[in-house]
Write a new protein. Structure first.
Length: 99
């Protein structure tokens, strides 16, 4: 079953975060992930949540996400994200075909 990683990001250092963005996509793809949403316009529908930037990734399974996050190539660039942006993330399961 597919899983989705939903990330809210608030950029603190555009240069560092930009380096992260340039490097991360091929690593995500190597672990079976793909971007469904990567920034773009955010339109709040209520008064309590106003994210600056939203990213949504799809992976075949939770195992793929965990392998990606623990991989040496991702660990090499993770500090760019940590220093460049404040992020919150959740992992959610997709809908199954069974009722």
């Amino acid at each position: 079953m597919s899983v989705y990683m939903i990330i809210e990001s608030q950029v603190r250092d555009a240069a560092l975060y930009g380096q992260y963005i340039q490097s991360v996509a091929p690593i995500v793809e190597r672990y079976g992930g793909r971007y469904l949403v990567r920034g773009g316009k955010v339109t709040p529908l209520g008064s309590e949540w106003h994210p600056e930037r939203v990213i949504i990734l799809e992976f075949p399974a939770e195992e793929n996400v965990m392998q990606w996050l623990a991989s040496p190539e991702y660990q090499k660039i993770a500090s760019l994200r940590e220093q460049g942006a404040a992020t919150k993330a959740v992992l959610v399961e997709g809908v199954t075909d069974k009722a």
